[in-house]
Design a protein around this ligand. Sequence first.
Ligand code: CA
Length: 415
Amino acid sequence: MKTPLLPLLASPIPLQCRICGERSARWPGLAVLALMAALTTSLAAATPSNQRTPTFAKDIVAATPAPALAVQATALVRGLKNPWSLAWLPNGDMLVTERGGTLRRISADFKLDPSPIRGVPAVKAAVQAGLFDVVPHPQYASNGWLYLAYAEPSPTDDSEYGTTLIRARLKDGRLVDQQKLLAMTPKSRRGFHLGGRIVFDGKGFLYLTLGDRGEMQRAQAPRDHAGAVIRLHDDGRVPADNPFIGNPDQLPEVFSRGNRNIQGAAMHPSTGELWTHEHGPQGGDELNIIRPGRNYGWPIITYGVNYVTGTKIGEATAREGMEQPLHVWTPSIGISGMAFYTSDAIPQWKGSLLVGGLSGQSLVRLVLDGERVAREERLLVGEVGRVRDVRVGPDGWVYLLNDSPDGALWRVKPR
Ligand SMILES: [Ca+2]
């Protein structure tokens, strides 16, 4: 006998909690709807990411008339020379890298120590090259390890350089116990696209982002670090479960390929996956989730075009076996810095992804619906200059660094 569907969906079913005995009623219609929603979600999740259609910033920004929350930025520390990365120590003090090769300390009450930290290795500062991320180990309080990424010159010819990852301890205003964990090879004379972000995943692994060095074919070249994300143990050993172990065409420390220049990366607070963005050429800045062994396509696929001439790069915007971004910025905003906002300090922002714009001179807030970018807001446009780094402080406020010879540390709060 066929059961009529509508009466079934509309009739409550009495339920009793087996633990507390409380009686309630549930409408099966709601359960059916929830099941349908879950099926839709899981089908969407099962869609290969190379068949995903990214959202485009130009479409959703154009449709977004005003931010949900007005904010203001206050400069707390001025006089930072091209600051690149901001990190907190357990006592509330901050460390800031300056691209030229200096590491600065700022007290918890925002006083800049006039003496830079000594013992920073020799850094090649040229074009985009220099000192990049500084990140304390997740157990810094007990082990004291600080991780730094920088452009390291070749010992025999300092016109050749590449991104290097070290760790060291901070003692009496000096870096000591230095250990080199990875040096990008081969080095190059090109001053472009060196990546330089470091992220820990909370499971004992760290990720270092690199770039193509402005030599785009290297992002797909065999046994080349350029255009890759690197995955290591915290002491630099190569994890036995890295995706390319045993692949003669790939270096074992490589985790993903085809990334043009990643200068923003963060762990998703609930999925534990690595989210990154990368600079496109003219147009085509991308937001991606970095998964083991995947190819992110550069320069074979891209939504960007060649500078000035506007001519096509690569073969298309999509290809079987290569990842599609979640979100694309065209025109580019010169994307840099990334933080998931999980604090209660700004409830309206909880769950958002925050990124910075260098050429876009703004803080960008992305409202996420799972892996879909549902909304984009451009905040503080033109108010703080070229945003290089975006972090959430231990107090829950958002902090920015702006890239300028007279840069600053800014705190962002609701207006
Ligand atoms: Ca891509």
